[in-house]
Design a protein around this ligand. Structure first.
Ligand SMILES: [Zn+2]
Length: 291
């Protein structure tokens, strides 16, 4: 499942590649992925990309009039391609873009001069594909209040890497959540963007067990969890910037310390990593150094 680090890198890259271009074509070979009418999809053509960004586990495309909100769920992926490139299986939506007609605004520094950036006169495509077809692309025409479940409102807390989520705000927010730490980190209403993989990584970094209750934490453990959340996500983004381009549909996870590494030695203490499967999700942790 794409989480905050994965989607941050994709959003930065797509913004650098596509902002300042207009949508030249919008097709939905897998129409079930689209929440919106064929007329709304067709009406995207001609609109210019102003901003592409991540919010929680959503990728948001702000056009000069309408908005597109993408929730890739478990297996949705974005591919930056040229029109001649082979269309991957299970492609649900294809957006074609015209030449760049305006300078991109505030492209992320790490994308500058990247070899994978399409030339200004190129006509790139973004393909969204989703083998399990669980993800959704919401079309939100200007002036229409189409609900996007999980985006905004009380269901979505601040992004886990939001600068306004200070340690003081974290301490305040966490009080409302007495339950198990892994569930707490994955609860998008607490903080947004963390899923199954990075919750394991953060807890390993903080030396806390995933099934421990928040209500049992000492004050310094609450603070350690905050520090681990920030550093784990920041470090992952740094690695993914190097490892992911130019194949943005690839999910790179091999550098993680514990998640999905059951039976392998813990990189910190050497104890064999424990793996628990529950509800279709893997939880991985170290009994040697997490308490
Ligand atoms: Zn360990």
């Amino acid at each position: 499942m794409p989480e905050l680090p994965d989607l941050t890198v994709v959003a930065d890259a797509l913004h650098a590649a596509l902002s300042g271009r207009s949508i030249a074509s919008a097709e939905a070979p897998g129409p079930l992925a689209v929440r919106g009418t064929p007329a709304e999809l067709a009406a995207l053509v001609g609109q210019r990309v102003m901003d592409i960004r991540r919010r929680g586990k959503f990728l948001l495309i702000d056009l000069d009039r309408d908005r597109i909100a993408c929730n890739p769920m478990l297996t949705g992926r974005f591919q930056l391609a040229s029109p001649g490139d082979k269309l991957p299986a299970k492609t649900a939506v294809v957006f074609g873009f015209g030449p760049r007609t305006a300078k991109p605004r505030d492209a992320a520094r790490w994308t500058r001069g990247a070899a994978w950036l399409p030339a200004d006169d190129a006509e790139p495509e973004v393909r969204y594909r989703d083998p399990t077809q669980m993800g959704k692309i919401y079309l939100v025409p200007a002036g229409m209040d189409r609900p996007v479940p999980g985006l905004g409102g009380v269901d979505q807390g601040p992004d886990a890497d939001d600068p306004s989520l200070t340690l003081e705000v974290w301490r305040e927010r966490i009080r409302k959540h007495p339950g198990e730490l892994k569930n707490l980190l994955r609860n998008q209403a607490f903080v947004a963007g963390i899923g199954n993989a990075y919750s394991d990584e953060i807890l390993h970094d903080a030396r806390l067990l995933p099934f421990r209750k928040r209500s049992s934490l000492a004050a310094e453990e609450v603070d350690a969890l905050y520090a681990a959340t920030r550093s784990t996500l920041t470090d992952a983004i740094d690695i993914l910037r190097e490892r992911v381009p130019p194949t943005f549909e690839k999910q790179v996870r091999d550098f993680l310390a514990v998640h999905d590494k059951g039976g392998q030695p813990c990189p910190r203490c050497g104890t064999k990593i424990t793996e628990v499967r529950a509800g279709g999700f893997i939880t991985s942790y170290c009994r040697g150094c997490q308490h």
